[in-house]
Write a protein that binds this ligand. Structure first.
Ligand SMILES: Cc1cc2nc3c(=O)[nH]c(=O)nc-3n(C[C@H](O)[C@H](O)[C@H](O)COP(=O)(O)OP(=O)(O)OC[C@H]3O[C@@H](n4cnc5c(N)ncnc54)[C@H](O)[C@@H]3O)c2cc1C
Length: 309
């Protein structure tokens, strides 16, 4: 989200922008899994929009029919206590594949997928395959900051500014069950599981289930099978299910959400023309990631205009 919002904003005013993503497609933590009838998400389930100008970006997505406010039945609680209806204010859920939102933001920027950047140098990137791409006006790195640190050996002052940033992990699962509350979203009052979100495709019983940070840190080095089984048995207890839960997929996000960040919208080294954006700099969530990208793009455009005057 951070990289795409920055790249797209620069491309929209005529800059030539190249984007390198190690994954097979754009999306990052908004990426999805293809299922037989459609898609399901093990990443970000919701996009919250609390401030302008992101609210106006989200209003535009609502007009396009790409996101809708979360209005269905949101239940909070656990079976042994009781369920109550909860509100999710300013939360939106994509109706198109969330990665398509990112793809759309990229606009005219040129995307190269399946290319991992190994190191950053002044105005230059070195790809994992050893290829060197240089002479850029600027290089912008939009990845979780702990993953950026090993890429910054040539830029120690920039690297130092990231030292304090810490992320927490999340195990997420696609699970199927029968019974439980007739909800679309379940917020668990529990220390093991955090949230379950009914999926738009794959039949009525397919859910994304999110472990708490505490659960994930306990099973950080466990196999996917062990973590899934633990989560499934916690879920059965919380929902009071009579039948076993089917586990269809799992994913461990090692850098899911930052709990300490640098602050501001970006950090940069002017003389080497390298900047870093993303939620590890600007704060938790899609909204902050988007803001960090657009704010840096605005600052770059303004700086260039001032130089030209
Ligand atoms: C399970 C989960 C649930 C969440 N729930 C919510 C929620 O409900 N609401 C909310 O607002 N936020 C939520 N978040 C957080 C939100 O997803 C992130 O804050 C936001 O997407 C961060 O965007 P980003 O652009 O900073 O980073 P990312 O989305 O991580 O993008 C980084 C990109 O860099 C690429 N990359 C990484 N390393 C390299 C490399 N070496 N070379 C090339 N490419 C590289 C990756 O492939 C990725 O595409 C959740 C996150 C997770 C994991």
């Amino acid at each position: 989200m951070a990289g795409a919002s920055c790249a797209g904003a620069l491309a929209a005013v005529g800059w030539e922008v190249e984007v390198f993503d190690k994954a097979r497609a754009a999306g990052g933590r908004l990426s999805t899994q293809r299922t037989e009838p459609g898609w399901a998400t093990l990443g970000t389930p919701f996009i919250s929009a609390r401030r302008e100008p992101f609210r106006s970006q989200v209003r535009d997505w609502v007009r396009q029919g790409w996101v809708v406010p979360v209005r269905g039945k949101v239940w909070q609680g656990r079976a042994t206590v009781s369920w109550g209806e909860a509100q999710l204010q300013n939360h939106f859920r994509p109706t198109i594949e969330p990665s398509q939102l990112v793809r759309q933001l990229l606009g005219a920027a040129r995307l190269h997928t399946g290319l991992r950047v190994a190191s950053l140098q002044p105005r230059t990137i070195i790809l994992e395959n050893g290829e060197r791409r240089g002479d850029y006006d600027c290089v912008i790195c939009a990845i979780p900051t702990p993953q950026a640190i090993p890429m910054l050996d040539a830029l120690p002052l920039l690297r130092e500014r990231l030292d304090e940033v810490r992320y927490r992990p999340i195990w997420s699962f696609l699970m199927r069950w029968e019974g439980g509350p007739a909800a679309d979203v379940i917020k668990f009052d529990d220390h093991l599981l955090n949230l379950a979100v009914r999926q738009p495709f794959g039949g009525p019983g397919l859910w994304a289930v999110y472990g708490s940070h505490e659960f994930t840190e306990t099973y950080l080095e466990a196999s996917a099978m062990e973590a899934s089984n633990r989560a499934a048995s916690a879920l059965m207890g919380l929902l009071g299910l009579a039948w076993p839960v089917e586990i269809e997929a799992s994913h461990l996000w090692r850098h899911a959400r930052p709990h300490t960040t640098v602050g501001g919208f970006w950090v940069s080294s002017r003389e080497s023309r390298v900047a870093l954006i993303g939620d590890g700099i600007a704060g938790v969530g899609v909204e902050r990631a988007w803001e960090s990208g657009t704010r840096l793009a605005q600052a770059l455009v303004q700086a260039r205009e001032e130089l030209l005057i």
